[in-house]
Design a protein around this ligand. Structure first.
Ligand SMILES: [Zn+2]
Length: 421
């Protein structure tokens, strides 16, 4: 069964200006689309009423209580319509058959298709910007606040799925099918802080990020590209992060690899994950972090020295040499600020000795900086812009949506939700 809407569209072609013509066509098509959708709604309502669905009280006697206006916001635009209100003669319950049919969520009158489009924009740009973009490109008005609300709801949904999977693994110990095994897998974990808007709580919240990958391609002399990266990011504490990240690793088949290389920045919570959850992995200190640390400690005044130190440690993994250099500089220098920094650097290198010397065992050139890039893309670019602060729930939800997109699972997720993307 279909609905036919016959309409003649007139386009003024007295002017041959293609811009005006395309605009005219666009406007006409939108108007037509809305009219068609309006007709579809009334047919759907009729069909729904004919179904004669019983009230929850068990009786089936409804009184017509007139029509109530509502607007449905769809990818075609907002369509105003009047839907019928029914009241049960026995228990007094009211219902709107069309609303039930459309399965509109309680928090918005938007179709899922429009929700998907709005969130697609909002995962990359501020809510108000996403709202502007949607209006400019699609001619649909939805406020930034409304997009924020649907992000929260949709994120909650994704997060509860993660929770289900976590339960599967930790409470039922069901290990999901893993993909083809790989020779060597890189696992990398890091954290970054996002400003907390909740003044009653801490000033910032940590987002923890984990990545898994195995295929690195040399794109040019100085550039490498990771081909199969999987990202996981969350605002949860380290225990929850561990459980969820391990679930990701399971799904990815990390433990089937012949060799697991675990990269960290030297933070103790990350080292603990490595030693407890990845006991067979080779722990490596991410050189990007070591290099940054050296640069920061030596400052601009000793730039040449820091460049040399970084170059040498990258090539020889000679921790003893690096420690003696830090010592030598420390005794030569008078500035107490730099002295303190050098003391910290010494402690950092000392406590990460194994993570540095292990590079000599694995015989690969460092796939360094990958986690830093991921943290930047997954978190900083959307959540750490100037003036931005977040409440935990909003952050967690949008982060879940953003990770979905970064992992290339966006379309799949929405298809499963029933949106033909
Ligand atoms: Zn009833």
């Amino acid at each position: 069964m279909g609905i036919v809407l016959k309409e003649e569209l007139h386009v003024n072609i007295l002017s041959t200006d293609i811009c005006s013509i395309e605009k005219e066509i666009q406007v006409s098509l939108r108007k037509l689309g809305k009219r068609l959708l309006g007709q579809v709604l009334s047919v759907l309502e009729e069909k729904e009423i004919k179904k004669n669905i019983r009230c929850t009280c068990g009786k089936n006697k409804w009184r017509n209580r007139g029509r109530v206006a509502r607007s449905l916001r769809s990818v075609i635009g907002a369509v105003k319509y009047k839907r019928i209100r029914l009241k049960c003669k026995f228990c007094g319950k009211e219902k709107y058959p069309l609303d039930e049919k459309l399965e509109l969520s309680s928090y918005s009158n938007m179709t899922l298709g429009l929700i998907e489009q709005s969130l697609y924009l909002a995962t990359d740009t501020a809510y108000d910007k996403a709202s502007d973009n949607l209006e400019k490109i699609a001619g649909i008005k939805i406020s930034g606040r409304q997009i924020q609300n649907i992000a929260k709801e949709e994120g909650k949904r994704i997060l509860s799925q993660v929770e289900e999977e976590r339960k599967d693994i930790f409470e039922k110990t069901v290990v999901p099918d893993s993909q083809e095994s790989r020779e060597r897998v890189f696992v990398q974990v890091d954290g970054t802080f996002v400003k907390n808007r909740d003044k009653k709580k801490t000033r910032s919240m940590e987002c923890k990020v984990g990545i898994i990958y195995s295929k690195i391609e040399q794109v040019s002399k100085n550039r490498k590209k990771i081909l199969d990266k999987r990202t996981y990011a969350t605002t949860h504490g380290s225990q929850r992060f561990r459980e969820e990240f391990i679930a990701e690793c399971n799904r990815w088949g990390v433990w089937d690899a012949k060799e697991i290389l675990f990269l960290g920045d030297g933070a103790s919570w990350i080292k603990r994950i490595c030693s407890e959850d990845f006991p067979d992995a080779v722990y490596l200190l991410d050189f990007w972090h070591l290099a940054e640390r050296i640069k920061r400690s030596l400052g601009e005044d000793h730039k040449r020295a820091s460049e040399n130190w970084i170059e040498d440690i990258r090539n020889n993994y000679d921790v003893k040499l690096l420690l003696s250099r830090i010592n030598a500089l420390y005794t030569r220098i008078r500035d107490p600020d730099i002295q303190e920094k050098l003391r910290d650097l010494y402690g950092y290198v000392k406590s990460n000795e194994e993570g540095i010397t292990n590079w000599g065992k694995v015989n690969i050139l460092g796939a360094s900086g990958a986690i830093e890039k991921t943290v930047d893309v997954a978190v900083a670019r959307r959540f750490k812009r100037r003036g931005m602060s977040w409440l935990n729930k909003g952050l967690a939800s949008l982060l879940a949506l953003r990770v979905l997109k970064l992992n290339g699972e966006w379309d799949n997720y929405w298809r499963l939700r029933g949106v033909p993307v």
